[in-house]
Design a protein around this ligand. Structure first.
Ligand code: SF4
Length: 75
């Protein structure tokens, strides 16, 4: 899960794990579009490359809560 408020839009994660992250053009922030879209070591590399540490693993229940809270959020 990407905390889009903290994300600075550097694109590192989306460059490393292209099957998992994309850059939202309107917000200029990264977002996960496919959970587990890359091998775990590639996803971990993407997490490690984030300069502001705003990518975290969350369980499904928390993910659903976070995604519902994000709806309508304007950055
Ligand atoms: Fe945002 Fe971190 Fe991805 Fe950079 S690496 S785009 S700061 S989530």
């Amino acid at each position: 899960y990407v905390d889009e408020i903290a994300c600075i839009g550097c694109t590192f994660c989306a460059d490393v794990a292209r099957g998992t992250f994309y850059m939202d053009e309107q917000a200029g922030r990264a977002r996960v579009f496919n959970q587990g879209g890359d091998e775990p070591d590639v996803i971990q590399e993407a997490i490690d490359t984030c300069p502001v540490n705003c990518i975290t693993y969350v369980d499904l229940e928390d993910l659903q809560i976070l995604e519902s809270e994000r709806e309508g959020q304007v950055i």
